[in-house]
Structures are given as structure tokens and as C-alpha cells.
Design a protein around this ligand. Structure first.
Ligand SMILES: [Zn+2]
Length: 71
């Protein structure tokens, strides 16, 4: 019996920024989606077991999906 471990970045949250921001990738001027994310050590690549990082805040462009780390 053996186990498969991996790491995966999980994100959650779908608030919108109060102000509009310009996306540096696609150039859209829009309200970005604010997400929180955390890297986990996963069991069989799907079950998060051990958090490897603190919670990171990021904003995501709703147009092209590019994420920008904010803190
Ligand atoms: Zn974009």
C-alpha cells in the first residue's frame, strides 16, 4: 500500500473589488474578484491535509482569469 501526495493551491471567495482596476494582461477595466488562497499538501491530489502557506489574498480578472497577488 502506498500513498500519493502532492501540493495544490486552493482558492475560495467571490467578493468584488469596490473600485475598478485595469488588468495588465487583457487590458479590461473592471471590478476584480477578490479571492483567498492557500497551498495545501494533498492526499491523492484532492484531499487537502496540511496547509503549507498562510492565507494569501489575491484579485482575479473576471475577463481573462489572471490572478494578481495583493498581499
Ligand atoms: Zn484580464
Amino acid at each position: 500500500m502506498f500513498f500519493i501526495f502532492g501540493t495544490r493551491f486552493f482558492t475560495w471567495g467571490s467578493e468584488r473589488t469596490s473600485g475598478q482596476m485595469r488588468c495588465q494582461t487583457c487590458g479590461a477595466l473592471t471590478n476584480f474578484v477578490v479571492k483567498k488562497g492557500m497551498r495545501f499538501l494533498t492526499f491523492f491530489f484532492v484531499i487537502p491535509t496540511i496547509p503549507l502557506s498562510g492565507v494569501r489574498r489575491m484579485t482575479q480578472c473576471p475577463n481573462c482569469g489572471t490572478r494578481y497577488q495583493t498581499a
